[in-house]
Ligand binder design. Structure first.
Ligand code: ATP
Ligand code: MG
Length: 368
């Protein structure tokens, strides 16, 4: 998959941008706060209709303006696509592929896949389960439109059930709808668990060899998918998972009402990482957590390739500067094939990266 060209209007600090890119390596240089991350964010937005650092789409719209446009010319599966996102304050965002309005972000999943790697990802291992869930969700959403829909539905149900549990004492009639919400959450939750378990199964095949190479053959990495305790076989049938989720809900009903929070469901799932048999979250050194985080990201890139037959566009935001020379070399060797965007503050020698093109960004403008 290749992003051949990008145009932006009022996206973050870009008033207007028109850029054509190299099908190989694109190096984006510039001082701090000039718009390098914003550029990668715009590309990633075309693949997921979400941003890794904005909670709301309105944050992407330029201050003082009421709308923003992102348009990309994409080549994938031997065809050309024009993807567009139109954002506006106070209105629903609109997505288009070749001029046809898409019903949901899930429909983007077949067109452009991206793997973004940013400095925050270096903490993928150390932080709470939420970051690892976001990693899993981000990958599966891009590969499975049905998953993206189920996840959005689960989030809606979760918010609604949270409100019921929060307010039921003041408004007891809210409890009339609790069973209905429980059932729908268990149905949607069972789908999420099913997809996550199958994705982690593949990830478990691909990640350990990458990590072994990366650590010079010294370390063994293991991954484990952790979900609701009553689910005995996460890779099993959705129907069986559903029955087990309902049983868990039932046994936590009282506790949920007392705690006034959702305690039961896959919104607490985790992907646990072990290095040489001990949990990386608590015991891995700084270097080990970086290596493991990078291995996971590179593994997801390979899974995208296995799944679609094409390399996803790799977006490396400022990560090389955070790595030592040996790890830099490892990453650069691993990412041949496919289109890559690399941001950096100082000029990164293009010769180290193979052929490609360098761009300089200054104040939301391109100065090649
Ligand atoms: P660094 O090297 O520090 O990571 P960067 O080049 O990646 O810098 P960006 O994160 O792309 O910088 O941000 C560039 C500028 O965009 C920031 O100064 C920020 O204030 C500005 N900016 C962010 N959101 C908006 C917005 N909605 N409207 C206008 N400007 C914005
Ligand atoms: Mg940046």
């Amino acid at each position: 998959m290749i992003v051949r060209a990008l145009s932006l209007d009022f996206f973050r600090n870009y008033l207007h941008l028109e850029a054509a890119f190299d099908p190989g390596v694109n190096v984006i240089c510039g001082d701090n706060a000039q718009g390098k991350t914003n550029l990668l964010e715009a590309i990633a937005y075309l693949s997921t209709a979400s941003s890794h650092r904005a909670r709301y789409d309105r944050e992407l719209i330029q201050f003082g303006v009421d709308h923003a446009f992102v348009k990309g010319e994409i080549s994938a599966r031997g065809r050309d696509f024009t993807l567009e996102a139109r954002l506006g304050r106070g209105v629903r965002r609109q997505l288009f592929s070749n001029g046809v309005r898409l019903k949901s972000a899930g429909e983007l999943s077949g067109v452009l896949n991206t793997v973004l790697f940013c400095p925050e990802d270096l903490y993928l291992i150390r932080e709470g389960a939420a970051v690892r869930r976001r990693f899993l969700d981000g990958c599966i959403c891009q590969l499975r439109p049905k998953y993206a829909e189920a996840l959005a539905e689960y989030r809606r149900l979760y918010e609604h059930k949270t409100r019921i549990l929060r307010d039921w004492e003041e408004h007891p009639s809210l409890l009339d709808t609790l069973d209905e919400f429980n059932l729908r959450m268990a149905q949607t939750g069972a789908m999420l668990i099913h997809y996550r378990a199958h994705f982690v199964k593949r990830l478990r095949e691909v990640t350990p060899p990458i990590h072994r190479d990366f650590s010079g053959g010294r370390e063994k990495l293991d991954l484990q998918y952790e979900t609701v305790s009553t689910v005995t076989e996460a890779e099993g049938s959705v129907r069986q998972i559903l029955a087990q989720l309902l049983a868990h809900q039932e046994s936590h009903r009282r506790a949920e009402l007392e705690a006034r929070q959702c305690l039961s469901g896959p919104h607490k799932d985790d992907l646990t990482v072990e290095l040489d048999g001990v949990p990386a979250k608590q015991f891995a050194s700084q270097g080990q957590t970086r290596t493991a985080a990078l291995s996971l990201k590179l593994a997801s890139r390979e899974l995208f390739f296995q799944e679609t037959g094409e390399w996803p566009v790799l977006l490396l935001d400022d990560v090389l500067s955070e790595l030592d020379r040996r790890r830099q070399e490892f990453v650069l060797q691993r990412i041949t094939g496919g289109q890559v965007f690399i941001t950096c503050c100082e000029e990164l020698g293009l010769e180290r990266l193979g052929a490609g093109r360098a761009f300089r960004i200054q104040g939301g403008r391109l100065a090649e």
